[in-house]
Design a protein around this ligand. Structure first.
Ligand code: MZP
Length: 496
């Protein structure tokens, strides 16, 4: 006979938190949202930690390079989408790693014989305005000069002018030697009132550039997630099909964390993918897996060696998996059961595996509920897709602006494979996601600040100052339909 679960599938909106004693130790300014991203031995430090418990979904409409940089600056983490060619995804990872707060390997460089038109093309395509001129046009060729927008007037100069006639030559540049500390490089930028300091090796080859704007950013973004070379941390979504080729390319490009993306992660293919990473990289490369909705599937992926495990089937805003296939579980019930399994696993093995609640976050308070129920971090698609930094188009409908947002299981997202493999070879029998519009919400930074303020305020009400403390002390109650009505404005006419 089939197994029946005792309790119905519940979702976040069916729960409320009960306050606990708030003390001076847990006012919102004292609340830390730092959270582990990867498995660790209890008592030791996790190798990867985020400073806010929010990660962006590995989706075409959500997680490109701008999102990765903007989110890492705020202390969160982005998984660059895997539904694109291996080369294109690796290139995105490289772009994020190059855009680090610190020593930047210049991606856009020219040779002396290149022309003003080449500069204008780079500027139009990338918005980069500082371009090193090296002997061979490579990032580490002999540095001959630098071009910035101060060196030419596009409206007056002939586009065919060779860059060597426009550049500020090396003899007039302030430079320094590789090995200089970031602090000393920034001091030099300040002392000489320059915007960019080229760093050279002993032979005069270009090593990297240090920018004034990066210093400003590190001051205004103290929570930035950076690696030991001061580059932004970035993750990559992968699948369990082309992983033997995709993973090495992503690791080579600098990906800090991988995540196997699937609506159903309880499969031998996920185990094999994790085993491949374990064997090839001996623990140096970290990999998350999922999605799961119960303890049995969690334990399977935990035993396979997953570094974090993602929870959620069918709850995503664009998801029609439950309608199409009849599988899934209410997100709250799934998180509660998996969190219990995670704690039991930690007790048994001494290893803590972070869990991520993925999808179905509608209101900011749902983030807080997911954390209270035991999630270490939350993955969101719709939330991030609304912002300027998402790769999708901003469109006007009537008097309002919207962003396009489509599921990874929609025909629109899956088309990339069709183009790669030849029309018809990968035709879909049915879609599991929809293509949609969502209200445009402006810049990530402003919106995130509000979400974070709400989460911290509620945690303060609940008498806790950290996520691990919240896991232990949160008190939750189910709500009846009538108490939901009570919780919204009622028995009056709202004026605006
Ligand atoms: P949401 O934040 O928009 O509610 O949900 C985002 C999550 O939905 C993703 O992280 C992923 O797990 C899931 N997703 C993405 N595409 C689909 C689909 O096409 C989907 N069905 O379910």
């Amino acid at each position: 006979m089939a197994t029946y679960f005792d309790t119905p599938s519940r979702t976040f909106g069916e729960y409320l938190l009960i306050p606990a004693l708030t003390t001076r130790d847990c006012t919102p300014d004292k609340v830390s949202l730092a959270t582990p991203l990867t498995r660790y031995k209890i008592g030791k430090k996790p190798e990867l930690t985020a400073n806010i418990p929010l990660v962006s979904a590995g989706m075409q409409a959500v997680s490109g390079t701008n999102m990765a940089i903007a989110l890492a600056r705020e202390g969160g983490f982005c998984f660059i989408y895997g539904s694109q060619s291996i080369q294109a995804q690796a290139e995105m990872i490289r772009t994020v790693k190059n855009n680090r707060a610190g020593f930047v390997t210049s991606k856009w460089n020219l040779k002396p014989a290149d022309t003003l038109q080449d500069i204008l093309d780079i500027k139009a395509e990338t918005d980069h305005s500082t371009i090193p001129i090296t002997s061979d046009g490579s990032p580490h060729g002999k540095l001959l000069g630098i071009i910035t927008s101060k060196d030419y007037r596009a409206s007056r100069d002939d586009p065919k002018t060779p860059v060597e006639k426009l550049m500020t030559p090396i003899s007039k540049l302030i430079t320094d030697q590789a090995g200089i500390s970031l602090k000393a490089a920034n001091d030099k930028i300040w002392d000489h009132k320059i915007n960019c300091l080229p760093i050279l090796d002993k032979k005069g080859n270009l090593n990297s550039l240090v920018f004034r704007k990066d210093y400003d950013q590190s001051k205004t973004n103290p929570l930035s997630l950076l690696d030991d070379q001061k580059r932004y941390l970035v993750g990559a979504s992968i699948n369990s099909h082309d992983y033997t080729e995709r993973i090495p390319a992503l690791v080579e490009a600098g990906a800090d964390l991988l995540c196997i993306d699937s609506s159903d992660g309880y499969s031998v293919w996920q185990k094999e993918t994790i085993e491949f990473v374990r064997k090839k990289y001996k623990g140096k490369v970290k990999i998350g897996a999922g999605n799961v909705v119960d303890a049995e599937a969690f334990n399977y992926l935990a035993d396979a060696g997953a570094d974090f495990i993602k929870i959620g089937i069918g709850g995503g805003s664009i998801c029609i998996t439950r309608e199409q296939k009849g599988i899934g579980r209410g997100q709250a019930s799934a998180v509660i059961e998996v969190a219990k399994a995670r704690d039991a696993y930690a007790k048994k093995t001494g290893e803590y595996i972070p869990i991520c609640s993925d999808g179905g976050i509608v209101h900011d308070y749902h983030v807080t509920l997911a954390l209270a129920m035991g999630a270490d971090f939350v993955m969101m698609g719709r939330y991030f897709a609304r912002f300027d930094e998402s790769p999708s188009a901003k469109v006007k409908r009537g008097n309002d602006f919207f962003k396009e947002y489509w599921g990874e299981g929609s025909n629109r997202a899956r088309n990339w494979q069709r183009y790669q493999m030849g029309e018809g070879k990968n035709s879909l029998s049915f879609a599991e996601g929809v293509d949609s519009y969502i209200p445009y919400a402006g810049p990530l930074k402003d919106n995130l600040a509000v979400t974070i303020a709400k989460v911290k305020s509620t945690m303060s009400n609940c008498g806790v100052a950290s996520i691990p403390e919240f896991h232990k002390k949160a008190k939750l109650t189910l709500v009846s339909d009538l108490s939901l009505v009570e919780g919204a404005p009622h028995d009056l006419i709202v004026r605006d």
